[in-house]
Design a protein. Structure first.
Length: 206
């Protein structure tokens, strides 16, 4: 499939699922390159995390491959401490990158997620860990759709003035997120209610 066809397929998939809740920005290309020297691994990201919205995030990691597996559950459907690879839920593959002083997580649905409504595209988050709290900060669709700088970087296309599809290359994406890591317009500051807290630790939900 050619690049233009991939872009069109991705846009159609996002348009079809536009009614679903969420604020992820999707990318045709990954943030990392093959054998990228900026790929990193941090064991403190692994474990079970929960937030105040009844979401449970389970992260497993492999230090040898420097890759992560992420699963997001609704605590109303499954107990956080019982979540495992046998549980229902979309599984994502994740790769952590160190770009300057900031860290970013690139995630993409696993191959088994095709029939579960997952969009087959990459999503990029700025990662901040403070004690037992984990912040996954997404790119701002509203900024990408309105800022002239997004056009200057040729980052991608805006759909319906609200959803942005990143079509830029990995090199361009790396340059952009590294240069804008501390820009609150690009990566909005999240309050404590948006954080995930390590399950069973102070700050988590009861």
């Amino acid at each position: 499939m050619g690049a233009k066809q991939k872009i069109m397929s991705l846009m159609l998939a996002i348009a079809a699922l536009a009614f679903l809740p969420g604020c992820w920005t999707y990318s045709l290309h990954s943030l990392y390159r093959d054998a990228d020297p900026r790929l990193a691994y941090d064991p403190t990201l692994t474990g079970t995390w929960e937030n105040r919205n009844s979401d449970c995030l389970v992260i497993a990691g492999d230090s040898k491959t420097r890759q992560y597996t992420l699963q997001l559950f609704d605590k109303g459907e499954i107990k956080c401490h019982c979540a495992s690879h046998h549980s229902a839920g979309i599984r994502y593959a994740g790769n952590l990158l160190q770009l300057g002083t900031a860290r970013f997580l690139d995630v993409i649905p696993g191959e088994d997620a095709a029939g579960m409504g997952a969009i087959p595209a990459h999503s990029i988050f700025k990662i901040v860990v403070e004690a037992d709290s984990l912040f996954q900060v997404p790119l701002s669709d509203s900024w990408l759709c309105s800022a002239p700088e997004a056009e200057q970087y040729k980052l991608g296309e805006c759909l319906d003035r609200s959803d942005f599809v990143l079509t830029a290359s990995s090199d361009v994406l790396q340059d952009f997120v590294q240069n804008h890591a501390e820009d609150d317009g690009v990566f909005p500051t999240l309050d404590g209610d948006a954080a995930f807290h390590r399950a069973g630790r102070s700050g988590g939900t009861p």
